[in-house]
Design a protein around this ligand. Structure first.
Ligand code: CA2
Length: 147
């Protein structure tokens, strides 16, 4: 069975508590439930992890090698700074979709730079929580997964 890891970075554990005008009202648990339903529909195995620590996120990407077939990564603010996360993706060669709730290209200039985009299959941003099931469909298609 095709297995996907959805990995969330710093501060995303606080979703649904503040800045709903930017990030929406859904909590990370709501997003996980939405993804679990979509994964069931697509016959995908799914794991869901979050960490506020850059090193722990690198460890999750390393551990995904041989365990999961693809990665959906919302690296939060590390998107814009982390060569370590970029190197973890390229060294494990795990097919990765970069995901953001907000449209990072329409925000501050520092958010328009992404190290993840340089090694990702593609990027989905700006659709809020609805981007997650879209990313599952896109990654399943990219991996040649037949439901
Ligand atoms: O749009 C996204 O998904 C981001 O990855 C979210 C990050 C931000 O640094 C990226 O530039 C874009 C921030 C997540 C912060 O989450 C919050 C949760 C609750 C309240 C405030 C922020």
């Amino acid at each position: 069975m095709t297995s996907i890891l959805i990995l969330s970075g710093p501060n995303l554990n606080l979703l649904g508590t503040r800045q709903p005008e930017v990030y929406g009202h859904a909590t990370l648990a709501d997003i996980e439930a939405m993804c679990a339903a979509k994964a069931k529909e697509l016959s995908l195995a799914l794991a869901f992890e979050q960490s506020n620590s850059e090193g722990a996120l690198v460890d999750h990407i390393h551990a995904a090698r041989g365990t999961h077939d693809g990665l959906i990564l919302n690296a939060g603010a590390y998107t814009h700074t982390s060569i370590a996360l970029m190197d973890a993706i390229s060294s494990t060669e795990i097919p990765t979709i970069e995901l953001h709730l907000s449209n990072i290209h329409a925000r501050e200039p520092f958010r328009q730079q992404s190290y993840i985009a340089k090694v990702a299959v593609g990027q989905i941003c700006g659709f809020g929580p609805a981007g997650y099931p879209l990313a599952l469909e896109a990654l399943a298609t990219h991996l040649g997964h037949a439901a």
